[in-house]
Design a protein around this ligand. Structure first.
Ligand code: HMG
Ligand code: MG
Length: 303
């Protein structure tokens, strides 16, 4: 089994979408470019959702137009529907992520649709995107617990995931949207998803509500997952999922895999620089641990 990890940075989208302070497009461009300079090769630059639903993501069109694209990097944007896809394609985005929930209540809160409506609508969006040559990722949110319904039947995650893959998504990202999955639950869910779809098709998207995200990443890795999401500084959360904390911090994940001699190809220190700059711009608290460690060693000249 491959030791290589692919890391997928969601900070400029999931990280910023729940912040009180709205970052201007020019700063969002700087953020994306800083993360890419650190070695990130998959990055979500923003979303094309309704600006009334998520005002923080207004201006993603400007971000997409202004970023200086680096060869070998996949720049993704989140789209909820056909209108979002059109907005993305109008500004040259060629990697899009669609999303829906494993549970009915969260899907309605987040997308104003039933799950069956979303499956139908996203099937069309994926088909249209593929016919235009785009690559599509599909999130299945609330895969390990729902803020409204509690426990989730993982069979539903697999059913929805299979439909989205059949429609043409390149891979799934299983979202622990509110960070309630326990290590045994995450391990079992990943085992079943890997068995059903294969390693190339499964990513894990952890929110770190209870400080268990790194443990969950580790058990998922032991099951064979090789694609992990994270957000710089541990920012983020879904505005329509009460109780959702930030994503697992990218720099902590990268450090974890580096400690295990697993190749990630990203400099955790350079991610910390971006996290500190963002903290100063937005006033959030960096929730990961590695930045503190790195800063202490940098200050003592012991890097
Ligand atoms: P709706 O109100 O049902 O929309 O919202 P509609 O289809 O009825 O259309 C109403 C109006 O909105 C129309 O305009 C549309 O054109 C317009 P009007 O004719 O009235 O002038 N509209 C749009 N405008 C701009 N961009 C669009 C768009 N679509 C319609 N894309 C909608 C449905 C999907 C738009 C809304 O529910 C929405 O924007 N939801 C997004 C919520 C969101 O962004 N949540 C956070 C991201 S998901 C997440 O964080 C989880 C994840 O990280 C994984 C995990 O953690 O598990 C991915
Ligand atoms: Mg998320």
């Amino acid at each position: 089994m491959s030791e290589e990890i692919r890391f997928f940075e969601v900070g400029p989208r999931d990280g910023l979408q729940n912040e009180k302070t709205i970052l201007e497009p020019a700063s969002r461009v700087e953020m994306v470019e800083g993360l890419v300079a650190a070695g990130v090769e998959d990055i979500e630059i923003g979303s094309f959702v309704h600006p009334k639903w998520v005002p923080q993501m207004k201006g993603t069109d400007e971000v997409a137009q202004k970023i200086e694209r680096k060869e070998g990097v996949r720049y993704w944007a989140l789209v909820p529907n056909r209108k979002g896809l059109k907005r993305a394609m109008d500004v040259g985005v060629d990697h899009v992520a669609v999303f829906m929930s494993a549970t009915e209540s969260h899907n309605k809160k987040n997308l104003n649709r039933t799950r069956e409506q979303s499956l139908h609508e996203l099937g069309e969006v994926i088909g249209e995107a593929r016919s235009q040559g785009l690559v599509v990722r599909a999130y299945v949110s609330t895969a390990f617990g729902c803020p409204f319904e509690g426990e989730v039947d993982f069979q539903e995650v697999l059913r929805i995931g299979e439909e989205l893959l059949d429609s043409g998504a390149e891979h799934l990202s299983l979202g622990d949207t509110i960070g309630v999955g326990s290590p045994p639950e995450i391990a079992e869910g990943c085992r079943r998803a890997l068995q059903a779809f294969g390693v190339e098709k499964v990513a894990l998207h952890l929110h770190d509500t209870q400080g268990l995200a790194l443990a969950n990443a580790l058990v998922a890795y032991q099951q064979g997952v090789r694609l992990f999401d994270g957000a710089v500084g541990g920012m983020g959360g879904c505005p329509y999922a009460p109780g959702a904390a930030g994503n697992v911090a990218s720099e902590d994940m990268i450090n974890l895999f580096r400690q295990m001699d697993t190749s990630v190809g990203i400099k955790a220190e350079a991610i910390c620089e971006v996290a500190e700059w963002l903290r100063d711009e937005l006033g959030f608290r960096i929730s990961g641990r590695y930045c503190d460690y790195w800063r202490a060693h940098r200050e003592s000249g012991d890097e």
